[in-house]
Design a protein around this ligand. Structure first.
Ligand code: DAH
Length: 368
């Protein structure tokens, strides 16, 4: 006889009660801790080696006739108890896990949802202002040729204006003609050229993107930063359109109370060129430390597209078998470019540009 099967000392009612009570207790014990329902089923109800079958073989078969009925009754009760326990174990595995010491009623570990990085957020905000004016987004490569980054934008080789954009060049370019040499783009303006070569007017684009300069990092400079460029070319585009567009954009970004003013400036690819200033948002133009007591903050460059830029665009278009579409007697346009970091710093009162790149959660979480 299987050692696992308890001995039945006698067939009188009290012996039977005691024996079945022990078995019932055994079943309860097994299901009060984490129970694998299938293992439990096999152990008790298995057709050949199940405990119920073995016990029934051991006790029923050799029992005297008058003990069959009381034995059978108790077997049926035990079997019912086992089936109920099995159904519970199948239906509520989580309850079993709870019993095993994993308290599923405790709150889970909280996963904070991510947020847009403040720089990307600012970039998207700027772009959205122009999308509402009917502009679409254009993108260009960060590794750019000298031609698109400088020459076509009217920075001839060795021109002193190149000094304003100290450049990171790729190694091993010496064998190439100077216009084909690759560099990290210093501004998003080359996308103006790429777009105009590809498409005839009318053009209304905004160009968000990363740019690179050989600048030492300090509180307000970083060798890698971001710009949003804009270009509008059509018939009858005037400097008034440029002023109205940028005045609207600045009010949309900084609040309807800001004023703008345009100062003469120089960029090789625009004529005339201007720097745009907004009234200081910290002191409402009264003068404070942030605006160096001038009441104004300089924010972006802009101007009317220089005819020399149109000429070099058309030269490329014709070389590629397209029609010349940028005759300065017929089309005019304006362009502008702004630094995303600078706008984000002003909007959020950040005084160290490096904070944007630090990955310091204490800084970033403030924008959540
Ligand atoms: N590309 C210039 C820079 O990075 C910014 C700029 C100025 C862009 C005037 C323009 C513009 O499109 O018209 O300094």
């Amino acid at each position: 006889m299987n050692e696992d099967i308890p001995q039945l000392p006698s067939y009188d009612e009290s012996s039977l009660d005691a024996a079945f009570a022990t078995l019932a207790e055994e079943v309860r014990g097994e299901t009060s801790s984490h129970v694998d329902a299938e293992a439990f089923r096999l152990r008790w109800l298995g057709r050949k080696q199940g405990r119920l079958k073995l016990i029934s073989d051991a006790w029923l078969k050799s029992s005297p006739a008058e003990a069959r009925k009381p034995l059978g009754m108790r077997f049926n009760q035990l079997k019912q108890q086992i089936e109920v326990a099995l159904a519970d174990a199948i239906a509520a595995p989580a309850t079993s896990a709870l019993k095993a010491g994993i308290d599923i009623t405790l709150p889970g570990s909280v996963r904070a949802p991510g947020i847009e990085h403040p720089l990307l957020k600012t970039m998207h905000e700027v772009v959205a202002v122009f999308h509402h004016l009917g502009y679409s987004t254009a993108l260009g490569p960060q590794v750019e040729s000298d031609f698109y980054n400088f020459e076509a934008l009217n920075f001839p080789p060795n021109h002193p204006a190149r000094d304003t954009q100290d450049t990171l060049v790729l190694a091993g370019q010496q064998a190439k003609a100077s216009r084909d040499r690759l560099l990290m783009r210093t501004h998003t303006s080359p996308v103006q050229i790429r777009t105009m070569i590809a498409e005839a007017p009318p053009i209304r684009i905004v160009v968000p993107g990363k740019v690179h300069r050989n600048d030492a990092a300090d509180a307000t400079h970083s060798p890698v930063f971001h710009q949003v460029e804009g270009l509008c070319v059509d018939t009858n585009i005037t400097f008034s359109d440029l002023k109205g567009t940028l005045d609207h954009a600045m009010k949309a970004l900084f609040g309807s109370g800001v004023k703008t003013r345009f100062f003469p400036s120089f960029f090789p690819f625009t004529e005339p060129s201007a720097d745009v200033q907004i009234s200081c948002i910290f002191c409402a133009g009264k003068g404070c430390r942030k605006c160096k007591h001038s009441g104004w903050i300089e924010l972006l460059g802009c101007g009317m597209v220089d005819p020399a830029v149109f000429a070099s665009v058309d030269e490329q278009r014709v070389a590629q078998g397209k029609e010349a579409a940028y005759d300065p007697a017929k089309v005019t346009g304006f362009a502008f470019g702004m630094g995303v970091e600078r706008i984000a710093m002003i909007l959020h009162g950040v005084s160290e540009i490096g904070q944007f790149y630090s990955g310091d959660m204490r800084f970033l979480e403030q924008f959540a």
